[in-house]
Design a protein around this ligand. Structure first.
Ligand code: EPZ
Length: 416
């Protein structure tokens, strides 16, 4: 199994271009099912999760051509509505195909997406909303059998601004009869990107990025070209890497607006951030300061996907910081691995108390999930001595050759 070997203590310097957003490209690839035509999607990140999406599209009968950073998807040839069980298990966000297949074919069969490393990941909000729109969904023997004679637009009040549920409802609604209104919708930038793609294909989606989204069903969709937005979590991870190594790094092709909560919290640690159009320069301080309270929240709050990386950062801050993880039930697995490197972290349910230490020391640590793995790489970059990060496959789900990007910034990191 691939692992990283990191010789820490080196400051990062240089420029890093930011790749397309994993959490934008996944729902958009599912959405290409609906127009039954040609889709050219560019700025595609080379990630494990994207490979799984391509396998699922191909298994449904779509023609997918991978031209490097652009994918051409012809969904006119789709002739199957049943997702392969092993692929759904491999990537739980494949639940997003439910809305897309119901919108085009009025039918979808997929295995119940399991929980994952960060929590049970229920889909009750997805099922309740799609049933409200007129889908019958039978759950039996671990499979979901979804059918509809025709989805109807309706008013949906989400109990929680779930990103996936918001996206699934939008996809189901684009060809439904009438208007669908989602209240308490998720406001993440990736949902705006999904709206942009869908409207280019002839849909009528409005309000993405706010809590109220309306979708007017249409009968005909068209071929479409779309470029994926930059990945704000990959950007945040490199920003944290510059800060934790006392380096000076410029991130290219970012959207500053997507990073405001991360910038604000980085400033609290004494890190300097200088934005210039679609670039941002990060200068790490000699000594990081603590953050009194870091609470993860739905966008535009501080993203849960950056919590692990900030826990690594705060492990060597001068003082005590508190993290409150309000989005997922079990997203502190990296804490015990950071402790093996000398961090002083105590967790009480969804609250972690981090007492900064002078320095971390290299150790053999295990990535337990995608962002926790990234956090261990950051701590290895700052630690004295050698850190081995095992189970890099978790990291490859959301970062494109992270070791090579870091090497180009001066890090001593190899993959074996
Ligand atoms: C998306 O997951 C992202 N994944 C996650 O990124 C991200 O952490 C999350 O949104 C929150 O921002 C993709 O976009 C592919 P949710 P999603 O539905 O849609 C509960 C990463 O590292 N919930 O907003 O699954 C759920 O249990 C990944 O890139 C229900 O209770 O997140 C969780 O506690 C990790 N019932 C909370 O809502 C439901 O029906 C947020 O989940 C759905 C969700």
């Amino acid at each position: 199994m691939e692992k990283y070997i990191i010789n820490g203590g080196k400051a990062l310097f240089g420029e890093v271009p930011i790749i397309g957003a994993k959490n934008a490209v996944l729902p958009i690839l599912a959405a290409t099912v609906i127009n039954g035509g040609e889709n050219t999607i560019s700025n595609i990140p080379k990630l494990k999760d994207v490979e799984v999406m391509i396998k699922i599209l191909t298994s449904l009968g779509a023609k997918v051509e991978d031209n490097g950073e652009t994918l051409s998807i012809d969904s006119s040839t789709i002739n199957n509505v049943s997702l392969p069980e092993e692929l759904v298990r491999e990537m739980r966000s494949s639940i997003i195909f439910m809305g897309a297949l119901l919108a085009r074919f009025g039918e979808a069969v997929l295995s119940y997406p399991g929980g994952c490393e960060i929590g049970p990941r229920p889909i009750d909000l997805h099922l309740k909303s799609l049933r409200q729109m007129g889908a019958t969904i039978e759950e039996s023997h671990g499979f979901l059998y979804c059918k509809t004679k025709g989805l109807r637009g309706c008013d949906i009040q989400l109990d929680y601004p779930s990103v996936g549920a918001t996206e699934n409802i939008i996809l189901a609604a684009v060809t439904a009869e009438g208007i669908t209104t989602i209240r308490n919708a998720a406001r993440e930038p990736e949902i705006i990107d999904l709206q942009d793609y869908l409207n280019k294909a002839g849909c009528r989606v409005k309000g993405a990025g706010t809590s109220i989204i309306t979708i007017e069903g249409v009968k005909e969709l068209f071929n479409c070209e779309h470029r994926i937005i930059p990945d704000r979590i990959v950007a945040g991870t490199f920003m944290a890497a510059a800060a934790i190594t006392k380096g000076e790094v410029i991130l290219k092709n970012i959207v500053v607006d997507h990073l405001q909560s991360i910038i604000a919290k980085l400033k609290e640690t004494g890190t300097t951030t200088i934005t210039d159009k679609n670039d941002i320069k990060i200068i790490g301080p000699d000594k990081l300061g603590p953050i009194e309270m870091l609470q993860t929240l739905p966008f535009p709050g501080f993203p849960t996907d950056m919590q692990a990386q900030f826990m690594a950062l705060l492990s060597i801050a001068g003082g005590t910081s508190i993290i409150n993880e309000t989005v997922f039930e079990n997203r502190f697995k990296h804490a015990e691995e950071l402790t093996r490197m000398g961090a002083n972290i105590k967790t009480f349910g969804n609250v972690a108390v981090i007492k900064g230490v002078n320095e971390l020391t290299g150790a053999k640590v295990f990535a337990k999930d995608l962002r926790g793995g990234a956090a261990l790489v950051l701590s290895g970059l700052a630690a004295q001595g050698v850190t081995e990060v095992e189970n890099v496959y978790h990291i490859n789900r959301g970062y494109e050759n992270l070791n090579l990007s870091l090497q180009r910034l001066g890090a001593n990191i190899i993959s074996v």
